[in-house]
Design a protein around this ligand. Structure first.
Ligand code: FES
Length: 132
């Protein structure tokens, strides 16, 4: 990632190409994996924002082939996060590059507090993420 992107805190992870792949209803996010092509392979990720979602989310298809969800706000200064290629970690897009493991624990960087994580349930071709 370029220095300017880090200075401005521009993350690499996009919103899903098919915004219809997810919805938020009754405190739960539901993602249709058949429509979320970005999550088809380990290392893939999407960020979700808007649609009444109470907070920004990052969903990652982990290198262990499981799915993980995080509040997409670094605990240092609230910048967005990206999965680290080939590793079981996520990293802040800012210049301070705080890095967290999949449990939300801080591994390195300026952040002092752990990252909020959310349980991800799989049901057929869907991911269900209760936020409350
Ligand atoms: S906002 Fe993430 S390290 Fe500063």
């Amino acid at each position: 990632m370029g220095l300017l992107a880090k200075i401005f805190g521009i993350c690499k992870t996009d919103l899903p190409k098919d915004e219809g792949c997810w919805k938020y209803l009754n405190g739960e996010v539901k993602i249709d994996l058949k429509k979320a092509a970005e999550l088809s392979k380990p290392g893939g990720a999407i960020r979700m924002e808007g649609k009444g979602l109470p907070e920004r989310l990052l969903v990652v298809h982990g290198m262990d082939k499981k799915f993980y969800s995080f509040r997409n706000k670094c605990t240092h200064m609230a910048r967005r996060l990206d999965p680290v290629s080939g590793k079981m970690t996520i990293r802040c897009c800012s210049i301070f590059s705080s890095t967290f493991d999949y449990t939300g624990r801080v591994i390195s960087g300026a952040a002092k507090k752990p990252l909020k994580t959310f349980k991800v349930k799989t049901d057929d071709n869907k991911l269900i993420i209760p936020l409350i």
